[in-house]
Design a protein around this ligand. Structure first.
Ligand SMILES: Nc1ncnc2c1ncn2[C@@H]1O[C@H](COP(=O)(O)OP(=O)(O)OP(=O)(O)O)[C@@H](O)[C@H]1O
Length: 251
């Protein structure tokens, strides 16, 4: 239960070859970080999981099932099992925080409003936002809004969660809280996660494994310890944040 497998994924947009044969397996309950420069294709890769993008070549397996050629309709249940928290996951400004979190519950679960409210409050509590339930998104900064977007993504008890830069642009305490939540989902609920991140503190704090994308391929795939010890100059440049090295400025 809960594995993810990308096999030989190629994806181009016009003459831009973003992915050139990516093989990556994520085991059930694992927290896999995907790192790489801006524009390396991290978001493009994970969008293949839920059919938001289709590969030019290669296969995608979820829980051992080949979903590559699934129709849009066949992807609906997959999207319930696999939640995505995008970089700019937006909340509805006209709704309170708890109303935002209630949305997927109302849509997918046949429960009373009272029950939906109580389930949404439980999710808000997980991210430490329950006391602000009746306030509006505009009252908060990016960090707190991100936590609510995460709470909303978790409402349907997904087996997989994809986090796209969950700690970018948020304060260190909120970031640590998000990290703790990701680890909690894996360790206590068996959730399989992919986390796209540039945040070295998160990577070395909570990752089980790390995969680095470079020039459309995996430059390295291993534990955080493997990354520290890696002699690959691209890996070393990234984890030490050095301006000089084989990686150029992203275009
Ligand atoms: N739908 C699309 N149409 C055309 N080009 C796209 C599309 N989606 C992504 N790209 C291009 O693919 C490349 C990889 O984008 P992607 O968003 O995966 O980068 P990333 O590694 O997630 O970077 P970042 O860290 O900046 O989020 C970029 O050059 C982007 O412009």
């Amino acid at each position: 239960m809960g594995s993810i497998e990308f096999k030989g994924i190629y994806k181009s947009f016009g003459d831009k070859h973003v992915l050139r044969g990516v093989d990556l397996t994520v085991k059930p309950g694992e927290v896999m970080f995907i790192i790489g420069q801006s524009g390396a294709g991290k978001s493009v890769l994970v969008k293949h999981l839920v059919g938001l993008l289709r590969p030019d070549r290669g296969r995608v397996y979820l829980d051992g099932v080949d979903v590559t050629d699934f129709t849009e309709k066949e992807f609906y249940p997959i999207r319930k099992r696999c939640a995505m928290v995008f970089q700019n996951s937006t909340l509805f400004d006209s709704m309170t925080l708890v109303e935002n979190v209630m949305l997927p519950i109302r849509k997918h679960r046949k429960v009373t409003d009272e029950e939906a409210h109580s389930q949404a409050m439980e999710q808000l509590q997980k991210v430490g936002m329950q006391r602000y339930a009746d306030r509006y998104p505009a009252d908060f900064g990016d960090g707190m809004r991100k936590k609510v977007a995460i709470a909303r993504a978790l409402t349907l008890d997904p087996e997989y969660v994809i986090f796209d830069e969950p700690t970018t642009g948020i304060d260190p305490i909120s970031a640590a809280m998000v990290d703790k939540l990701i680890r909690h989902l894996a360790d206590n609920l068996g959730v399989t996660s992919i986390v796209i991140s540039h945040d070295l503190r998160s990577i070395f704090g909570i990752a089980d494994r790390v995969a680095m994308l470079y020039k459309g391929e995996l430059a390295e795939d291993g534990t955080p310890e493997d990354f520290k010890k890696s002699t690959n100059p691209v890996v070393q440049q990234f984890i030490h944040g050095r301006p000089e090295g084989p990686m150029e400025e992203p275009n």
